[in-house]
Design a protein around this ligand. Structure first.
Ligand code: NA7
Length: 316
């Protein structure tokens, strides 16, 4: 069994659902923990590490975003290298593969702080090649590497209900386990490096295509003169009822699109999943069509808004 038990109760609710917050009984590791990248996901993830008693040092490119965490008890590093030097295990959660590489191999980057036995955990959603490249660079310096992308967006990050998809160095997975407990409701250890990234891309490919499909259904209902709220009620009682239909469906009908999961990141994940399909010669017709819709939505200015804004392109 490659999965490990998590002390928090399991729930089927996803990122944006109204999950009840259950206090977790996490016993924090005494290792020093670093966290790089304080965006929509990184801030609440690092906050949950602090709240559960971990000794945390943070860094973000835009320093202003550190304030909230410093007030909560975090220390501040002066660069990614400085954080890695100060810490035993450093987590990173940044936007894309360019950011991941900048952080690791850039000036005052992670590599400059890695020494034998240090751990680096990449939680950003990127492609398999990027993961292998930074893993090799870190291993060459004697460091240990784990990928651990997450399923779930802002709400799940805030409530410590992420699903964590770890793969790579198992000793590092074990050493950092209390951190995963603090951030997630369930952590999977998926084995070989790349399995985490690939699993995450498939999950987000399905999320993206389903979201686009929901947007089309709601638009079609409007054109047909149907009541969209009634359609949503029907969907919520049907076999496809799920947190995504509940939360994103309501957001669409209320015209309220807070960026829980920025649309530009959803499009990035569809693009990466399509690249994966290309390499593996797996046709991905539906995902390909959905990707075009997200590209269009980004082009009309909704990249930084929530993924549910795909409705704007469908309903234009
Ligand atoms: P956000 O809210 O867009 O935050 C992105 C973070 O990445 C933020 O801390 C950025 O720093 C950082 N970033 C972006 N580019 C760079 C470079 N070049 N160097 C250093 N840091 C950088 O994303 P989310 O939190 O929603 O998502 C993070 C990941 O989880 C992503 O892979 C999703 O797909 C899943 P800034 O604040 O702009 O200085």
């Amino acid at each position: 069994n490659l999965t490990e038990p998590c002390v928090s109760p399991d729930t089927t609710a996803d990122a944006d659902s109204t999950t009840s917050i259950v206090a977790k009984d996490v016993i924090p590791t005494d290792k020093k923990i670093g966290f790089l990248g304080l965006g929509i996901m990184g801030i609440p993830m690092a906050m949950n590490l602090i709240k559960s008693g971990h000794d945390v040092t943070v860094w973000n490119r835009n320093q202003n975003k550190c304030k909230q965490l410093l007030s909560a008890g975090a220390k501040e590093g002066t660069s990614p290298a400085d954080v890695v030097q100060q810490c035993d295990i450093t987590f990173s959660c940044v936007s894309d593969s360019t950011a991941v590489r900048d952080l690791v191999i850039g000036n005052s980057g992670v590599l400059q702080g890695i020494t034998s036995g240090k751990g680096y955990v990449e939680m950003s959603t990127v492609d398999n090649d990027t993961i292998k490249e930074i893993s090799e660079a870190i291993s060459m310096r004697g460091g240990r590497f784990l990928e651990a992308p997450v399923s779930g967006s802002k709400k799940a990050a805030e409530t410590g209900q992420l699903v964590i998809l770890a793969a790579g160095d198992r000793s590092l997975y074990m050493d950092g386990y209390s951190c995963f407990e603090a951030m997630g409701k369930k952590t999977f250890f998926l084995g070989e490096l790349g399995c985490g990234a690939n699993t995450k891309l498939i999950v987000n490919m399905l999320t993206g295509t389903f979201m686009a499909s929901l947007a089309e259904g709601l638009s079609l209902a409007e054109k047909a003169g149907l009541d969209q709220y009634t359609l949503l009620d029907v969907l919520n009682l049907s076999a496809i009822s799920c947190p995504l239909v509940q939360t994103k469906g309501s957001a669409i009908l209320e015209g309220h699109f807070p960026a829980n999961f920025p649309l530009k990141h959803q499009q990035k994940d569809l693009r990466l999943a399509l690249q994966m399909g290309e390499v593996l010669e797996q046709p991905l017709h539906v995902a390909g069509a959905a990707n075009e819709l997200y590209k269009r939505t980004k082009a009309i200015g909704f990249g930084d808004r929530d993924m549910s804004c795909v409705y704007r392109a469908v309903n234009a």
